[in-house]
Ligand binder design. Sequence first.
Ligand code: 5GP
Ligand code: ZN
Length: 135
Amino acid sequence: MLSHLGAVVDNCLFCKIAQKQIPSSIVYEDEELMVFKDIRPAAPVHLLVIPKTHISTLSDCTAGHAPLLGRMLALAPRLAEEHGCAVTFNDDGEPSGGYKTLVNSGPDGGQEIYHLHLHVIGGPHPWKVEVARHG
Ligand code: 5GP
Ligand code: ZN
């Protein structure tokens, strides 16, 4: 099946979410991108930014994908602002708030769903996201 933007893979969970065949808590959508809440949040804020078109993993991306990847990443500060975890600085220049932006790639990178997605994970601690597997 082809959407107006590109390939949609029939058995892909996030393609189905992008096509609204499977419900999700959508917090942002435009022509190219969708953002929804992670079903198993690792922190008070846990959002997934996806392209509507199917790209299986970051390793399938080339320089031609830079604008798309840039738009995905550039959404993070706006999402953080809207969800109360923006980075702010007080009058003494001390930072507070914050979030992680994370793309897991391949089995050793911890990727479970093979449709490119950017995690935006933040909010007040305590919470801990493993960014590396050891052993
Ligand atoms: P990965 O490990 O591939 O980087 O992350 C996949 C993420 O997708 C996980 O954090 C997982 O909780 C989330 N996820 C898996 N299935 C669903 C689903 O059906 N709906 C939503 N909203 N998130 C999902
Ligand atoms: Zn897909």
